[in-house]
Design a binder for this molecule. Structure first.
Ligand SMILES: O[C@H]1[C@H](O)[C@@H](O)[C@H](O)[C@@H](O)[C@@H]1O
Length: 486
């Protein structure tokens, strides 16, 4: 067991994140190439199309919020299963839609499911990970989101060639398959050991920790890890409440909440969703057209998935969370500044300057596949899932994920208007927001690399419990911050 099992559990649960990316299929379905969709729904105008696309993100917001309550009460594992079940229902409704209202209800329900999964999957991954690998295992969320987007692009491409209503019903319904796999597969995956401890199911929790982290040589580490988990959760139960208002009740708690929401807000203000949702428009503005656009989008997606996996595997747990965020933010600001300059000088739908087109495409790819995928993409999910104490972790993570979806809706509503009205100048906005992001991270975000979830109290300036401090001193593990002793 041990490492391989731990990895397999984290990867399998990330099917929930795959569904998140795969839900991007709607972009292709509402496009003009899907003429059977267009004619079936009576050639919907931009407002209807807007409603079809964006009710989903609204559903996501409420799904993420509900997951906060669900993950504490029915547990992380059952919340993932519920998310998978609701996703099946939402997809079935969309695929079987008979009119626009039917479709919109399906979108809302599927959105609820994806919002719920987007919050609970990284939370589950972080709670089953050992501290030194938490970046990698929780970062699998972002990896699978990128794979989902990639698959959605290619399904969208292929489905255009199907004739009849299947042209849109198949791509909208196809997500039922991974959702069903997730629902069934989760039956054999363990509960989060931390949630089990919180529920008083101590013996089960011990078995899970042993299966996840145990090998023949680390008995002592497992004992200590488990003791720390038990002690911390017991202490929290005895000394703190689990009210929602705890998220801002003390300065250290407020700091956690603001940093968690902050990382998700900053992620949205990198401008990633302008690139995720409107990439074809960005390429068209450089004078590209037809199949080339789809091919480049596919290449960009594939590169993003590759850089994400390399980054989370080799770097995230070694260099920490802050340095890649700062480098990524500056890198994205520079790429977008160059992009703005290229578009200003040589852009335009009828541009034929191939050198400028190549450079323009290259900088969009550098922006997302290089800098975003090695910074805010994976780190946002890792960070929001690791900074809260157990008693309020689910609620805290839910608030952060809601901040993500709220800003997502805002930016994806504003982007088409911005791009149409101010063209390349729109990039400048994100040059500025990325620079602000770099400063925010630099000055306000503490480093969390290598700390156990129980050690986050000390990281955020909260008190840590005397017993845990003693255990750490006796066994010489981690950095002991005497100042924070109760
Ligand atoms: O492309 C997605 C984006 O749509 C999300 O809003 C963001 O939070 C993810 O990290 C990213 O991978």
């Amino acid at each position: 067991m041990g490492l391989f099992y731990n990895f397999s559990v984290a990867l399998f649960s990330a099917l929930g994140s795959f569904l998140f990316g795969d839900s991007g299929i709607i972009g292709s379905v509402v496009s003009q190439q899907f003429n059977h969709f267009q004619s079936y729904f009576g050639f919907p105008g931009p407002n209807i199309v807007g409603a079809i696309v964006s009710t989903f993100a609204g559903g996501c917001f409420f799904g993420a919020a509900a997951a906060g309550w669900l993950a504490s009460h029915i547990g992380r594992k059952r919340t993932i299963q519920l998310g998978a079940l609701v996703a099946m229902l939402g997809c079935a409704l969309q695929a079987g839609a008979r009119n626009v209202s039917y479709l919109i209800v399906g979108r809302l329900i599927a959105g609820w499911a994806i919002g719920c999964l987007s919050m609970v999957v990284p939370l589950y991954q972080s709670e089953i990970s050992p501290p030194h690998m938490r970046g990698f295992l929780t970062g699998l969320t972002q990896f699978m989101i990128s794979i989902g987007f990639l698959v959605a692009n290619w399904i969208g491409y292929g489905a255009q060639f199907i004739q009849g209503q299947a042209q849109w019903r198949v791509p909208l319904g196809v997500q039922i398959v991974p959702a069903l796999m997730l629902f069934l597969g989760m039956f054999v995956l363990p509960f989060s050991p931390r949630w089990l401890v919180d529920q008083g199911r101590i013996d089960e929790a011990r078995v899970v920790v042993q299966r996840l982290h145990g090998n023949n040589t680390n008995k002592e580490f497992i004992e200590l890890e488990f003791a720390e988990m038990l002690e911390q959760i017991r202490y929290e139960k005895e000394n703190y409440s689990t009210r929602f208002s705890d998220l801002w009740s003390t300065p250290p708690m407020l700091r956690r909440t603001l940093t968690g929401m902050g990382i998700q807000i900053c992620t949205q203000f990198t401008g990633i969703n302008v690139s995720s949702y409107f990439q074809p428009t960005l390429y068209a503005a450089l004078g590209l057209s037809g199949h080339k656009i789809l091919m480049i989008t596919g290449i960009n997606g594939a590169l993003g998935a590759i850089t994400t996996i390399i980054f989370i595997f080799f770097f995230l747990d070694r260099i920490g969370r802050k340095p890649p965020l700062v480098v990524g933010a500056v890198g994205m600001a520079v790429s977008l500044a160059v992009e703005a300059a290229i578009n200003a000088k040589w852009g335009g739908v009828d541009s034929h300057n191939t050198a400028a087109q190549t450079a323009g495409v290259a900088f969009i790819i550098i922006f997302s596949a290089l800098f975003f995928s090695t910074s805010f993409g994976p780190v946002s999910w890792v960070y929001q899932s690791e900074i809260f104490p157990m008693r309020i972790r689910a609620q805290g993570t839910a608030v952060c994920t809601c901040a993500n979806w709220a800003c997502n809706v805002l930016i994806s509503q504003v982007a088409p208007i911005g791009m149409a009205r101010i063209s390349w100048r729109f990039y400048i906005l994100f040059v500025l927001t990325n620079l602000v992001n770099a400063l925010v991270v630099l000055f306000f975000f503490p480093e969390t690399k290598g700390k156990s979830l129980e050690e986050m109290d000390a990281v955020f300036g909260d008190q840590i419990i005397p017993h845990a401090l003693e255990t750490k001193k006796t066994h010489n593990i981690g950095e002991v911050d005497e100042k924070s002793e109760v």
